[in-house]
Design a protein around this ligand. Sequence first.
Ligand code: BV8
Length: 237
Amino acid sequence: MSPKNIVVLTGSGVSAESGVATFRDADGVWAKYDYREVATPEGFAANPALVHEFYNNRRRGLSGVSPNAAHFALGKLEAGIEKSGGQLTLVTQNVDDLHERGGSKNLLHMHGELSKSECAVCGDVRKCDGDLSVESICVACSQPGGMRPHVVWFGEMPRFMDEALDAIAAADLFISVGTSGSVYPAAGFVADARSAGVAATELNLEPSENAHLFTDSRYGPATEIVPAWVGEVLNAH
Ligand code: BV8
């Protein structure tokens, strides 16, 4: 196979072997926190200090983790596909910065980014290395009380949806890596691909909730199956 136009969707499973917790595995984030309290606008309104602590802890954790072989393989695949005149669009549900650090460039963070802050008053989005709190002041509009993590909570519209859906419709291959297929609209992308006649491959530790929709699948740890699959694709070019 020598696909020219690939869309890759990733979830937290691609970062698991870097030491970043997944969400729905036994020891996942939602086993420790109630997503309604820490990943919804209502939760933030009810207890902003708890939500800031939840994201501050995860943001602090970014400095202690590194990209793994799966991140680097996807960065290598993008470079290789582009060198042969094709295109790779990486749509990630992850809010960590490991794809960037693994070499991916054409990257859409549809659920936002831990390493950025957002001002609910003026909309400013910028790099955020430190902690946020209810006392944080927006450096753009100088207003207090509006600062929040630049992430998409449940009930909020994911980012880059038009770009992601356009890329899927134009692709000749859709790949899903490290996601349980339980959060929409990301979990619906494979159905969008299939209804556009685009082949779809699942690379995951175990079959996801929408595994039946894929035309091909490989199961195992991402650091093993992703580099192996990337090697096959690049050798075919
Ligand atoms: C929307 C925030 C509409 C950042 C996240 C009621 C009210 C409101 C909405 C809804 C509702 N009911 C349903 C919905 C829709 C909702 C939804 O889908 N809910 C689900 C739970 C049913 N979706 C939304 O709300 C979305 N917005 O619908 O807006 C709208 C329309 C118009 C106008 C306004 C709004 C927004 C969804 C985004 C929510 N934010 N995160 C953060 O804190 O991180 S979601 C969260 O789940 C993360 O982003 C995560 O990436 C995402 C998906 O999880 P996964 O990445 O798949 O992780 P998971 O643990 O589940 O799975 C890991 C997988 O990896 C497993 O399969 C495992 O086997 C595998 N794995 C593990 N280890 C490895 C591995 N694979 C390979 N190698 C390994 N080593």
